[in-house]
Design a protein around this ligand. Structure first.
Ligand code: BDR
Ligand code: CA
Length: 311
């Protein structure tokens, strides 16, 4: 299988943090061209720090990090400290990073990294609101011919998690999501339908804790904190581990199943931020995303645990 060259756009967040670790632990399958931070789970002032905290705990200060947009395109920023804690990475004691941010804006970094490489060779992994990516597409429309694919965590076929209709990443910046879903770039969508099958149960958490390294200890602490809110809210045996699904797909795509569908973003009213997935293609539109719906959760956690043990 060809190695994926990726840009990781994220808003850490404990689940983003685990996704970063999974990508760092998988150099045979994944080359990280850079990581870009966006406002989402917590404000940009924290997400751009949190990315570097994770790189430093993993000893990977060679990875380049850019800060991006500090607010959605149109709407006011809404964050999720009620899930992630006030730092976004509550649950692990991680020192303030000393590695620098790169000069320049994440939107320009995305454009430069994609446009300087052969067409259709760069994959964008989007784990937060799609603001940076939408801005990059608006600024450099040729990106739509150059990006290989966008693999994103966002949306839902069925229930939302911030409103009855909407998932957090799409809800925070629906206008950005609309630009991305209309861009023509191939999209693989991991929505709540699939991530709510990937639960951090006690047994899975203890397997990660049992690895015994500094990185695994940090991961265990982050996931333990992450579990608190979601286990109570969803009355589930563990929190849904959303963002690492995107990275696991690049490593072992057979863990997941879905199909190509037309997807629209609701921009107004009570359902703002909803991903309207036409699973049966009732409207007979051309599909713009492969929407994942099924996952082998045990295989996912085997992979995650095996990879975290490498760091
Ligand atoms: C998504 O929102 C954030 O809370 C998580 O990091 C994930 O990207 C889940 O709705
Ligand atoms: Ca995220």
């Amino acid at each position: 299988m060809a190695r994926h060259s990726i840009i990781l756009d994220c808003d850490p967040g404990q689940d983003d943090a685990i996704a970063i670790l999974l990508a760092l632990a998988s150099p045979e399958e994944i080359e990280i061209l850079g990581i870009t931070a966006v406002a989402g789970n917590v404000p940009l002032g924290l997400t751009r720090v949190n990315v570097r905290k994770m790189l430093e705990v993993a000893g990977r200060t060679d990875v380049k990090v850019w800060a991006g947009c500090d607010r959605p395109l149109v709407r006011k920023l809404e964050t999720a400290e009620y899930v992630h804690g006030e730092t976004g990475l509550n649950g692990a004691v991680l020192p303030e990073p000393t590695m620098p941010l790169q000069d320049g804006h994440a939107v320009d970094a995305i454009i430069d990294l994609v446009m300087s490489r052969p067409a259709r060779t760069v994959t964008i992994c989007a784990l937060g609101p799609l603001t940076n990516l939408a801005m990059a597409i608006r600024k450099e429309p040729h990106l739509t011919q150059r990006v290989k694919e966008i693999v994103l965590m966002g949306g839902a076929i069925e229930l939302g998690n911030v409103t009855p209709a909407a998932e957090f990443n799409i809800y925070v910046d629906p206008h950005a999501a609309d630009i991305v879903f209309r861009s023509g770039i191939p999209i693989i969508m991991f929505g709540l339908d699939v991530t709510h099958q990937v639960l951090v149960t006690r047994v899975r958490l203890e397997r990660i804790g049992g690895i015994g390294t500094k990185v695994a200890e940090a991961a265990r602490g982050l996931l333990d904190f992450f579990n608190r809110f979601d286990m109570e809210r969803y009355d589930a045996p563990g929190a849904p581990l959303h963002d690492p699904c995107v990275i696991a797909y690049l490593i072992d795509p057979e863990i997941f199943q879905g199909k190509a569908c037309p997807v629209e973003i609701e921009l107004e009213g009570r359902s703002v931020g909803r991903t309207l997935v036409d699973w049966w293609n009732s409207d007979r539109h051309v599909p713009n995303a492969t929407v994942m719906r099924e996952v082998d959760a045990e295989r996912f956690f085997m992979l995650l645990t095996e990879r975290l043990a490498r760091l």
